[in-house]
Structures are given as C-alpha cells and as structure tokens.
Design a protein around this ligand. Structure first.
Ligand code: PGA
Length: 240
C-alpha cells in the first residue's frame, strides 16, 4: 500500500446545505475549540459566512461553497468574489460535482470562477472526479485530464485540487488507496507544472473510520469532507 509519513494536512469541511443557521453557528463555535495541528477550512452556506467567521476565530479558515462567474452587476441571487473576500473567505469550492450535474455548471463558468477567485486572492478548491460509468469504462484519467484542461494558461500561486470521484460522494464507497494514490499522482503530474503551491486533497465518503488510512496515502495532502463534517463526533475524530 502506498504510504507516506503523517504531517499537517489540509482538512476541509463542505457543509453543503445540511445545516440550518443556528446549527452552523454552534458547529463553527465547537470547531474553533478542537485542538489540532492540521490546517482546517470550513465552508458553510453563504448565508452564515459572517456569523461563522466570528465563531471560527483566527485559526480555522473560512471558505465558501461557490462564487459567481462574473465580478458584479445585474446577477440576481449570485455572490461575487469581492464579497467573499470582504467577508474574510480564504478559500472557495469551484466545480463541485453537485453543481456540475444538478446546476449545469459548465467548464466555461468554472474557468471564470477560478480567475475571479484568484484575482481576489481567494484560493480555489477545484473539484474533479469521474462518474461510476467513466470508471467502469476505464476512462478515469481521460475524464480528469479533460476537467483539468480548464486550468490551461491560468496561473496560480496557490491552488487546491480536490479529487472527488462522483460515485464516492455521499455513498459510503471509497476508492482503494492505490486508486487514490494513482489519480493524485496523475493530477500532480498534469497540474503541478503550472501551480507553484499545489495541494491535492481527496473527497468522497471520508469519515472517522477511514480518515487515517486516506491521509496516509502517498500524494494525499488532505481531505474534503461533506456529510461527516457536519456531525461533531465524527468531525472531531477527522480533524485530529
Ligand atoms: P461526502 O461529500 O463526504 O458527504 O461524500 C464530499 C463532498 O461532496 O465534498
């Protein structure tokens, strides 16, 4: 099994639309009290960003789950990179598979979002990953190569790429450590040249039982956690 020594990792919580406002505030407060040597990022809903920021304190970084693909103006219901920056967001998730599939987010808008985030010094957490069909057809690398093409000719001081197989998100199914290591290696070879500081994290059914094994995989710099990041008991064990 490809293993690497344990060192501080980037642990990102994607709360999606799981928590209400009050629940988010409580969990943000509890998160700020958890002792860890890892780097923690919490991505709550837009509507609780300022409140969560207050509760998270200085050590835990704030992230957003999405950003508008235009800088400002007449765009009902959207939130710009400048607004996120003003609110203290250090990270933003871009191209999550739920947005790609349920909200028809295109590679064109994903590329614009990446550009706008970088212009405001917000680090994108850029999500890529294959569907179950693509994996079955042996096209995992081909799909990911295609998704990474949106990075062409863009420059990043710092970028996080989240490898999130679509079939692993919210399903309890996780690739083998070899599969994770292989895809992370491919992503690093493909994107590493154009990004000075690239971190590659794994996402998809990460929980308190599999966290240690996943973080020990060669090439895994951290994790992006959905469901399990919204339950305090699981979250505490994942962070530590
Ligand atoms: P999950 O979600 O941990 O609930 O599988 C991960 C994600 O979609 O970022």
């Amino acid at each position: 099994m490809p293993l690497q020594p344990l060192k501080p990792k980037l642990i990102i919580a994607n709360w999606k639309m799981y928590l209400g406002v009050k629940e988010s505030i409580i969990l943000a407060r509890q998160t700020s009290k958890i002792k860890t040597t890892n780097e923690i990022v919490v991505c709550p809903s837009f509507v609780v960003l300022p409140l969560a920021k207050k509760e998270l304190g200085k050590k835990v970084k704030l992230g957003a789950q999405n950003v508008a693909w235009r800088e400002g103006g007449a765009l009902t219901g959207e939130v710009s990179a400048s607004m996120l920056s003003e609110l203290g967001c250090k990270y933003v998730i871009v191209g999550h598979s739920e947005r790609r599939s349920l909200l028809n987010e295109s590679e064109v808008t994903i590329r614009e979002k990446l550009k706008l985030a970088v212009a405001k010094k917000i680090i994108p957490i850029f999500c890529v990953g294959e569907t179950a069909e693509a994996r079955k057809a042996g096209e995992t690398v081909k799909v990911i190569k295609g998704q990474l093409a949106v990075l062409n000719n863009l420059s990043f001081d710092k970028l996080v790429i989240a490898y999130e197989p679509v079939w692993a998100i919210g399903t309890g199914r996780v690739p083998t450590t070899e599969e994770i290591s292989d895809v992370h290696g491919f992503i690093r070879a493909e994107a590493g040249k154009s990004v000075k500081n690239l971190q590659i994290v794994y996402g998809g059914s990460v929980d308190e039982n599999n966290i240690k094994k996943i973080l020990a995989v060669t090439g895994v710099d951290g994790v992006l956690v959905g469901g399990a990041s919204t339950k305090l008991n699981s979250w505490k064990k994942i962070i530590n």
